[in-house]
Design a protein around this ligand. Structure first.
Ligand code: RM4
Ligand code: MN
Length: 385
């Protein structure tokens, strides 16, 4: 691809931001409250709209239910549209009620499973009201001790729950299933890996796809292989981008390992994933850095990795691979990765009528000072609201 082609391809890339990135977050040790943090879903969407205003690349916002519960979802959707963004994926939450101590859809007690499935069905109702296309399912289900519960029976319960919710989807709606190898359960997890998610979604049908949260893998996992495999099978539904050093750190995408993000985007591009209905979401928390700039930086990091991936000389790579030129093939990839694409992305932003430096432009806009002055009183949003 030449530079104008790369620019137009990156221009089509849209990145979805999570409502929860704008609320307070922290670790189990401490949540450091920040000034100007939203008090409700309306204010979260206003902050998300700023990310889009300065990047031109983040037109949708994921909601988390019940954290983003409101009286009228159509009103919230209209509020979003008034700010130039739309509501995206509906993320379900079956991990914060006392009832879920032993799991949700895999719980041994049928009454708890019923409650969890009813919540998922309610999320589909919300999708109907907001026009959201995707229901994201992440389950905290699992066990802590060998023998605690029947691993096989838990898979049966999972399949049953998924199939009931799948049956409730309309045309144009999808169910996207996220996996995570451990935490909060430590001995067994009911959807621990892409293979389990793939097997369940394959059985369910076309409207069920897999979510790859980049932070949900063991160290050293070759995530780009998983991406290539799922794309090849038409089963890659979405990404939850973030960075990890140790566990599910939820740091900014591209911060810990920009080379990994590049390799992932290379496989996305190779597999036609830029135009295959894959939802590129961020799933992050900004514990110590300011939240809106944290999101802007993350969007820029994904754009950079994508631009570099698009710059890979496919012809030269094919030729080197076909002739067994190990070092030559590797060099083609590294050449693209080592290209400074920041001028190219600045050009793209200028074409879009945006400031070429979104971080600087946001800082100069005065928005952070404005919300810090205005958002006094009320309860700041955080996990759980
Ligand atoms: C989970 C998972 C989900 C996200 C929650 C907040 O670990 O990554 O995608 O919705 O965290
Ligand atoms: Mn996630």
């Amino acid at each position: 691809m030449n530079v104008p082609q790369v620019i137009s391809a990156v221009r089509r890339l849209k990145i979805e931001v999570p409502s929860w990135a704008f609320g307070n977050s922290g670790t189990r040790f401490k949540v450091f409250a920040q000034q100007g943090v939203p008090r409700d879903p309306y204010e979260k969407i206003a902050d998300a709209a700023e990310v889009h205003r300065f990047t031109g690349a983040a037109p949708t916002v994921s909601l988390h239910i019940p954290w983003d519960k409101v009286e009228s979802y159509s009103d919230l959707a209209a509020h979003a549209e008034g700010l130039g963004v739309r509501i995206g994926v509906i993320n379900s939450n079956t991990f914060q009620d006392d009832d879920y101590m032993l799991g949700s859809v895999c719980h041994p007690d049928a009454a708890v499973r019923r409650k969890a499935v009813d919540h998922l069905l309610e999320c589909v109702d919300i999708m109907d009201a907001t026009g959201s296309a995707d229901l994201k399912l992440w389950f905290a289900d699992g066990t802590n001790y060998p023998g605690q519960d029947d691993l096989r029976a838990r898979q049966d319960r999972l399949a049953e729950a998924l199939s009931e919710v799948y049956g409730r989807l309309s045309d144009g709606q999808r169910m996207i299933l996220e996996y995570k190898f451990f935490e909060p359960a430590f001995y067994s997890t009911d959807v621990p890996d892409w293979g389990t998610a793939y097997a369940h979604t394959l059985k369910l049908g076309e409207k069920a796809k897999v979510v790859v949260d980049t932070g949900h893998h063991a160290p050293g996992t070759n995530i780009e292989f998983i991406v290539a495999f799922l794309l090849r099978e038409g089963k890659l539904g979405a990404f939850d981008f973030n960075s990890r050093f140790y566990a599910d750190d939820d740091l900014m995408a591209g911060a810990a390992d920009p080379f990994q993000l590049f390799r992932i985007m290379h496989e996305v591009n190779r597999g036609g994933g830029l135009d295959a209905g894959v939802n590129f979401m961020l799933d992050q928390c900004h514990n110590i850095e300011p939240k809106i700039p944290g999101q802007i930086r993350s969007v820029m990091n994904v754009q950079e990795a994508t631009a570099k991936a698009l710059l890979v000389d496919a012809e030269a790579l094919n030729a080197a691979q076909a002739s067994g030129d190990v070092l030559g093939a590797n060099a083609v990839l590294m050449d693209a990765f080592n290209t400074d694409v920041r001028p190219l992305l600045a050009e793209l932003r200028q074409e879009q009528g945006l400031d070429p430096d979104p971080m600087r432009a946001f800082a100069a806009s005065g928005y952070a000072q404005k919300i810090a002055a205005e958002r006094i009183g009320g309860a700041q949003a955080g996990w759980g609201a």
